[in-house]
Design a protein. Structure first.
Length: 235
C-alpha cells in the first residue's frame, strides 16, 4: 500500500529523487534549490520543512530540511528511505569543533558518529552499534576536498541530544579523538543501515567549543557553500 503523502511530507511517491541532500535549516535547502538545481519544483512545505526536486548536471536530485535534533531527522529520513524509495541521503550542516587544529570554516566528513542518544535501543541489539557512513560516498567527498583545496578532516563526530547541557564533559570525547559535536548524524546513519541504504554527512565548523570562535546565524545559512560543493560532487 502506498503510504505517501506521510504525516510530515506532503509529496506523492515519485516526486522525490533517489538522492536527497538535507540540511537542518529549511532555508538552507531553499538556498541549495535556488543556487545548485535547475528547474526546481517544491514538493514539501508541511510544517515549513521545505523540499525541492530538480536536476544537477543532468541528475535528478532533491534537497530538503530535516530540522534540529535526532527525533526530527529520524522521522524525515525514515519516511524518505522507507516510503519514498530514497537510496542515499547526504546531510550538510554545522558542527562545533572540539579539536584544536579544526577551525571555523573547515569541513568535517563524518566517517562515524558516537552518540549519547537512546535511538538505537529500539533495535534491541545485544551490544553497542557503531553508526558509519557509506565508504564510496565518503571517499568521493574526500577526493573532492583534495581537488578543490578545501580544508577538511575525516573521523568521528559526537551526535548529542543536548545543545545546552549542565555537564558537557567534552574532554572525555576529546580523549577518544572525536572531532566535533552536532545533533543528527548518528540517527541518519542508523536509519540508513536499518533500511539498507546509504548516508553521508559533511559539516562545516560553525564554532569552536574550546577557543570560542563562532559564526552568525546568517553566515551559517548563506556562506557554508563548500560543503554543498562537496555534497553535490558525491552524487
Amino acid at each position: 500500500m502506498n503510504k505517501t503523502p506521510t504525516p510530515h511530507i506532503g509529496a506523492k511517491y515519485g516526486e522525490i529523487a533517489e538522492t536527497v541532500i538535507m540540511a537542518g535549516d529549511p532555508l538552507r535547502a531553499k538556498f541549495m534549490a535556488e543556487n545548485f538545481l535547475e528547474d526546481a519544483v517544491q514538493f514539501n512545505n508541511v510544517r515549513g520543512m521545505l523540499g525541492y526536486t530538480g536536476t544537477y548536471k543532468g541528475k535528478r536530485i532533491s534537497v530538503m530540511g530535516h530540522g534540529m535534533g535526532g527525533p526530527s531527522i529520524g522521522i524525515y529520513t525514515y519516511e524518505l528511505y522507507n516510503f519514498y524509495g530514497v537510496k542515499q541521503i547526504i546531510r550538510v550542516g554545522s558542527a562545533g569543533s572540539i579539536k584544536e587544529d579544526l577551525h571555523v570554516g573547515d569541513l568535517v566528513i563524518a566517517m562515524g558518529a558516537c552518540t549519547n542518544s537512546n535511538y538505537a535501543a529500539q533495535y534491541e541489539l545485544p551490544g553497542t552499534f557503531a553508526p558509519i557512513a557509506d565508504f564510496g560516498m565518503l571517499r568521493r567527498a574526500a577526493e573532492t576536498c583534495d581537488r578543490l583545496g578545501y580544508r577538511y578532516q575525516v573521523g568521528n563526530v559526537l551526535t548529542s541530544d543536548t545543545f545546552y547541557t549542565e555537564n558537557p564533559h567534552n574532554e572525555k570525547w576529546i580523549n577518544m579523538g572525536v572531532l566535533a559535536v552536532e545533533m543528527e548524524i548518528a540517527i541518519l546513519y542508523m536509519n540508513a543501515a536499518r533500511s539498507g541504504n546509504k548516508a553521508l554527512a559533511i559539516c562545516t565548523v560553525s564554532d569552536h567549543i574550546i577557543t570560542g570562535e563562532a559564526t552568525t546565524a546568517e553566515e551559517r545559512q548563506l556562506t557554508f557553500t563548500k560543503m554543498m560543493d562537496v555534497a553535490f560532487s558525491v552524487i
